[in-house]
Write a protein that binds this ligand. Structure first.
Ligand code: SIN
Length: 313
């Protein structure tokens, strides 16, 4: 069996992905050049940086630091403003790849306005970000269950284009159940789980200082540090949500083995952030080859033979 014969294609809300791996809303997906680079890469979709109503330059620098096993960042949603992504969509669609627009309003009414506009656009999927931890004074929506329900009620009645939400990490079974029960009340088509772990602190003992400037040094932890948390969130939501709600696994995908683990946990596809930030778009080719190699070495021909099949001891 050759690697090309292994089927790693997937479907999110009836949108076909040619393989299991796409970029996450985060690094290198803000400008049109970056998005075209993704269009020309082996990422199965083009995911945009989370947009806001108005352009934002984001938080003061330094706001991103590479760590031994990942990164810590407090970018603060630097983006071109939603109109720029709306204008770009027809050009991005020429690459014949699904385009996923990430939306991160600073209020429910911002989200309503942007979702309404993108409902009328050529975007294939809309991901509404309920979990950015880095805008001072703006709590992570996904940790406020009342506001989450209110926001979902407002944004899910604006059109038929498939809509999903990007969730923060949860750590308590009651919270998983509460969120799953809220999601089940609305026509949500997918979740992306997880965002960076917000408000973590990395200290440089030599300089006796924080290593990023915003928020007194607190930032979102990313990369391998958070993979076990991402896997647990995917696995738990997979067991609590109906199978019609698809799941993007996010957090610490650097190798084909990481993607394979998310597949075992039940993810329909994975998103890659820190590895893409560090290695550029060639990482999608490598990750795809590695995932196919693992599947072949285990005698699997299709990701569906593995999806959600994690064994417990
Ligand atoms: C940021 O721009 O601060 C990161 C976005 C996010 O965590 O959702």
């Amino acid at each position: 069996m050759t690697l090309q014969q292994i089927n790693t294609s997937s479907t999110i809300a009836e949108v076909n992905l040619s393989n299991y791996i796409i970029n996450a809303s985060g690094p290198r997906c803000t400008t049109e050049d970056e998005l075209i680079n993704l269009a020309q890469s082996d990422s199965a979709a083009i995911m945009t940086k989370s947009c806001t109503l108005l352009p934002r330059s984001g938080n003061p620098e330094p706001r991103y630091q590479t760590l031994e096993h990942g990164s810590v960042q407090s970018m603060g949603l630097p983006n071109l403003g939603y109109q720029a992504y709306l204008d770009m969509l027809p050009r991005l669609k020429q690459y014949n790849k699904p385009v996923i627009v990430s939306i991160s309003g600073l209020s429910i009414s911002d989200n309503v306005e942007m979702v309404s506009k993108f409902q009328q656009s050529e975007a294939d999927l809309l991901e509404v970000n309920f979990s950015c931890p880095n805008v001072p004074g703006k709590p992570q929506l996904g940790y406020d269950f009342e506001q989450t329900e209110k926001a979902l009620a407002a944004i899910t009645k604006l059109g038929d284009k498939p809509l999903g939400i990007k969730l923060p990490a949860y750590f308590d079974m009651n919270h998983f159940e509460t969120v799953a029960n809220i999601l089940k009340k609305f026509p949500i088509k997918f979740i992306s789980s997880i965002n960076s772990i917000g408000n973590t602190l990395v200290i440089d003992a030599d300089t006796e200082s924080t290593i990023i400037k915003p928020n007194s040094g607190l930032g979102g932890l990313c990369g391998s540090y958070i993979k076990p948390i991402g896997l647990a969130n995917v696995r738990t939501f997979r067991s609590l949500l109906p199978k019609e709600i698809c799941i993007f696994g996010v957090g610490g995908v650097y190798t084909g083995i990481d993607a394979f683990e998310y597949l075992l946990a039940g993810a329909d596809a994975v998103q890659v952030a820190t590895c893409y930030q560090e290695q550029g778009s060639e990482c999608f080719t490598r990750l795809n080859n590695e995932l196919s190699t693992i599947l072949a070495s285990k005698g699997y021909k299709d990701i569906n033979e593995v999806k959600g099949k994690l064994q417990t001891i």
